[in-house]
Design a protein around this ligand. Structure first.
Ligand SMILES: [Zn+2]
Length: 171
């Protein structure tokens, strides 16, 4: 004789437990997700934990998602939004506007990252920081994309000559 089938009744307690678990899972993994591969936390000001005036451009995130899919590697945000640095007013701070990110791509050099970033139409400012080994991308309002290299805090517009030296050699 077959044993009688056991029926499970959903009690109110069981339902609540399941709901609680679900809520916990969501809050742990998804609450600050803003796109497939990025969370708000990736872009928050690392120095200013209160996150005052926090803002981030969805166009920037879209560009970074494109970069993620084209490189097939994780894009690491070193700096996203950052409150304006009053002491450094020499150039427009796209980080304070939520329009810029300093990035690295896992398994790729900064040079390779720069060359990939050039293919993303959203990015209108692309800088290769040689001394700190990262790439800055931003969504400045320019008809043509601005390219530069940065070395020891000097920003130098990228000329053909500099491109040959820094982006076309094989090291
Ligand atoms: Zn930057």
């Amino acid at each position: 004789m077959r044993p009688p089938r056991v029926r499970h009744f959903k009690t109110k307690k069981n339902r609540n437990d399941a709901h609680r678990k679900d809520k916990k899972r969501r809050s742990k993994h998804n609450w600050n997700r803003i796109s497939e591969h990025f969370t708000l936390k990736d872009f928050q000001d690392k120095q200013n934990n209160e996150g005052q005036n926090f803002r981030i451009s969805l166009g920037l995130i879209g560009g970074l998602e494109l970069l993620r899919s084209q490189s097939q590697n994780k894009v690491i945000i070193l700096k996203g939004f950052q409150s304006e640095d009053i002491s450094n007013k020499t150039q427009k701070d796209y980080h304070a506007l939520g329009l810029a990110a300093d990035i690295k791509i896992e398994n790729l050099s900064s040079k390779e990252t720069f060359l990939l970033a050039e293919k993303i139409p959203e990015f209108k400012g692309i800088g290769l920081n040689i001394s700190k080994d990262y790439v800055h991308v931003d969504l400045r309002k320019e008809a043509t994309t601005q390219y530069w290299i940065e070395e020891n805090n000097n920003i130098i517009p990228l000329t053909d000559e500099l491109r040959k030296i820094h982006l076309e050699n094989n090291n």
